[in-house]
Ligand binder design. Structure first.
Ligand SMILES: NC(=O)c1ccc[n+]([C@@H]2O[C@H](COP(=O)([O-])OP(=O)(O)OC[C@H]3O[C@@H](n4cnc5c(N)ncnc54)[C@H](OP(=O)(O)O)[C@@H]3O)[C@@H](O)[C@H]2O)c1
Length: 259
């Protein structure tokens, strides 16, 4: 008999499918549900059990992983299962805002459930690997109770008891990522190249700079940085490349825009 924790995964988009697969690979009895039932078929072929409704999926396991498009969808799904939530641990890995996380936490708790919110800092192929990490927030006692089962998905990083903290830190980390991607696009536009050679140069440079983020020492050479930004803006203009991003960066870092 399989004595591993039974898991239900609700929502089988790209991410939910990866989450369910990680539990199947780790040997957990895994029940799955998706609004469009066809997405459960491949998982059933790999050993999952398909539930006919979200309420049935939630009824089947004490630990439920919810991962749908947004909180409107998550709340809609939970509302169909409100009589099944008593005593269940609901881990909502849907991307949303701290306010949405707090509202859903309150609603689930009012219906007898134990709620953890989460932010997945990985893309589907990384799930279950050593590079994947997931941020969690909610009652510490709930996190500790399911921590071992959550590590199947990746490193489990507890952020605090306020259910909104995982979302807040998730969105903060994503904002840095989008800033990086925007900067990388600007770099490729300036270089007039997105070929493999330039991309490799860029990736190496970003990796080296990423390591300096952990360094809390004050950067004292602000004059030098201000001149570099001014030169970037001047050279970009000369190449006919829009400078809106860089003037915003300049304003953010130095409180002024290019003259
Ligand atoms: N993919 C990533 O790289 C990644 C990384 C980190 C976090 N995430 C987060 O993970 C969550 C899911 O992302 P995903 O990549 O799996 O998205 P996806 O492939 O677009 O899948 C969306 C899922 O939400 C379901 N859904 C949408 N509206 C629904 C509703 N009203 N009721 C019930 N189910 C509904 C869809 O069901 P149907 O199949 O029936 O349409 C599908 O299962 C998102 O919050 C996303 O931000 C994703």
């Amino acid at each position: 008999m399989n004595d591993m924790t039974a898991i239900s995964v609700v929502g089988l988009g790209e991410m939910g499918t990866a989450l369910a697969d990680a539990y199947l690979k780790a040997g957990h009895p895994t029940t799955v549900w998706n609004r469009s039932p066809a997405k459960a078929e491949a998982l059933v072929a790999r050993g999952a059990t398909a539930a006919p409704t979200a309420a049935d999926a939630i009824a089947k396991s004490d630990l439920v992983i919810l991962c749908v498009l947004d909180y409107d969808a998550a709340d809609e799904v939970l509302a169909t299962a409100e009589t099944e939530l008593d005593g269940k641990v609901i881990v909502n890995l849907t991307n949303g805002t701290p306010a949405q996380a707090r509202r859903t936490a309150e609603w689930v708790t009012q219906h007898g459930g134990r709620y953890l919110d989460g932010g997945i800092m990985a893309i589907p192929p990384m799930i279950g690997g050593s590079e994947a990490f997931v941020l969690y927030s909610g009652p510490r006692v709930t996190f500790d109770a399911v921590r071992n089962d959550l590590t199947v998905l990746g490193n489990a990083a507890y952020q605090g008891s306020d259910p909104g903290l995982a979302s807040l830190h998730d969105l903060a980390l994503l904002s840095a990522m989008y800033g990086m991607f925007a900067g990388a696009s600007h770099a490729m536009a300036m270089a007039g190249s997105d070929d493999a050679g330039f991309r490799s140069l860029l990736a190496g440079w970003l990796r080296a700079m990423a390591d300096t983020v952990a360094d809390t020492a004050e950067d004292t050479n602000l004059d030098m940085q201000a001149i570099a930004l001014r030169n970037i803006i001047e050279a970009s203009r000369a190449e006919g490349i829009p400078v809106d991003l860089m003037t915003q960066v300049q304003a953010l870092l130095f409180g002024k825009e290019a003259s």
